[in-house]
Design a protein around this ligand. Structure first.
Ligand code: NDP
Length: 287
């Protein structure tokens, strides 16, 4: 069996086009969504992300505001900037690029963002709302994975889903989203016993481990849908957390790396900014 390739790049491009159309419609009502991105320090990977976020934000017709602060910025100054962005009506979404320098308390910084503008969905209120089935801002990477899964499978109800990884930014919110869609969810992590056996039972595998080619092809249940969140730099270039070549022999459908989940993350950031703008203006959530 050879798996269907899930083209996240094309899906994300389609999503951005739909967002662009919705932004154009908002502009006729005098509303221009604005996304503020804050980068503290000079992490090269974050620089790359920020540049492409800014470009794509402008491409869909939104305003992009970039704030770069030196690595030794006192936390109080960052919190003061967040306060100003919270109060600025031109800013609908605020993203503080992680990781932050060590002298900062990441949770305190994230929880200082107005939850209504928390387009990363990391604020404790949004985490709680997602967990309790209330209207929330949902973290971008898992939201992108969910869109790809729904596109492949239609309903996820009753499917056995295995999430490998329990981070706050990917694994845990992914599990919540799958649960919300009535999948039967197992969350695996570094202490999990019999990961291979759990994987063999899964109709859906979402790998967010951070280890190159960790999930082996013969762990995959024939026909399963495999979503590879991993981005690992190796001598052979970027690879995922799934051994793509062997997994493609078993999976029904699989995301490539690059070109799978990665492009969905930024598209979902724009989708969240659009949603935040609609809510701020008393409009219904965009579809
Ligand atoms: P973290 O390092 O925060 O979490 C990794 C998780 O994997 C942990 O829960 C860890 O378990 C688990 N794990 C580690 N080793 C094993 C093992 N041997 N068996 C089972 N589980 C294991 O990573 P993130 O969640 O932030 O990211 C995961 C991957 O996704 C990375 O490659 C990252 O680069 C990528 N990523 C991609 C994004 C995109 O846009 N495509 C966005 C965000 C991340 P434990 O908790 O026990 O330590």
């Amino acid at each position: 069996m050879t798996a269907t390739l899930i083209d996240g790049k094309a899906f994300a491009a389609g999503l951005r086009t739909r967002i662009g159309t919705a932004v154009a419609a908002l502009k006729t009502q005098g509303i221009t969504p604005g996304l503020a991105v804050v980068l503290v320090g000079e992490d090269p990977a974050s620089e790359v992300y920020i540049r492409s976020k800014g470009r794509m934000t402008r491409e869909v017709g939104m305003n992009s505001f970039e704030h770069r602060l030196p690595a030794d910025t006192p936390q109080a100054d960052l919190l003061a900037l967040i306060d100003r962005l919270n109060a600025d009506p031109a800013v609908n979404g605020i993203l503080v690029q992680l990781p932050l320098p060590r002298h900062m308390d990441e949770a305190a910084v994230i929880n200082a963002i107005d939850p209504a503008k928390d387009v990363d969905g990391f604020h404790i209120l949004n985490v709680g709302r997602l967990a309790t089935g209330q209207k929330a801002m949902v973290p971008c990477t898992p939201l992108g994975c969910l869109m790809l899964l729904r596109d492949q499978l239609g309903s996820l109800s009753g499917k056995n889903a295995l999430v490998i990884g329990r981070s706050n930014i990917v694994g845990k919110p992914m599990a919540q989203l799958l649960l919300r869609d009535s999948a039967t969810v197992t969350v695996a992590h570094s202490r999990t016993a019999n990961l291979r056996d759990l994987c063999r039972q899964a109709d859906i595998v979402v790998a967010a481990v951070g280890r190159a080619r960790f999930v082996q092809g013969d762990w995959i249940k024939p026909g399963a849908v495999v979503i590879d969140v991993g981005i690992n730099r190796t001598d052979d270039g970027l690879v995922g957390d799934v051994d793509f070549v062997s997994a493609s022999q078993f999976a029904g459908a699989i995301t490539p790396v690059p070109g799978g989940v990665g492009p969905m993350t930024i598209a979902c950031l724009l989708a969240n900014t659009l949603t935040a703008t609609a809510r701020a203006n008393g409009l219904p959530d965009p579809q």
